[in-house]
Design a protein. Structure first.
Length: 89
C-alpha cells in the first residue's frame, strides 16, 4: 500500500486473505487514519501504476497505490512548454 503527499510518503505492508480486494487492503493498512482527507468512495487507485477499481481482487505481492488528483493536466503543461519554447526559438 502506497500513498504520498508533497510533504510525506507512506508505505504500509499488510497481510490479507487470498480473496482480498483493493478496498480491503486500504482498510487493513490504516492509511485513512493517517490521512483523514482520503474518502474511500472518491479514491483513484491502481496496482503497480495501472488504474483499477476498489473491488479489484489482489494477487500476492500486488502494490496498491492511492493517487492524488493532478494539479495540472500533463497535456496542458506540455502545450504551455511548447508555446514558451516556440517564442524563444
Amino acid at each position: 500500500m502506497a500513498y504520498a503527499t508533497p510533504e510525506r510518503q507512506e508505505i504500509v505492508i499488510v497481510s490479507l486473505a487470498a480473496d482480498a480486494s483493493v478496498a480491503e487492503a486500504i482498510d487493513a493498512s490504516g492509511i485513512r487514519r493517517k490521512f483523514p482527507e482520503l474518502s474511500l468512495g472518491e479514491l483513484t487507485v491502481g496496482l503497480f501504476a495501472k488504474p483499477c477499481r476498489l473491488d479489484q481482487a489482489l494477487a500476492p505481492g500486488d502494490r496498491v497505490e492511492i493517487y492524488r488528483p493532478l494539479l495540472n493536466d500533463p497535456k496542458d503543461a506540455r502545450r504551455q512548454r511548447a508555446k514558451i519554447s516556440n517564442k524563444r526559438g
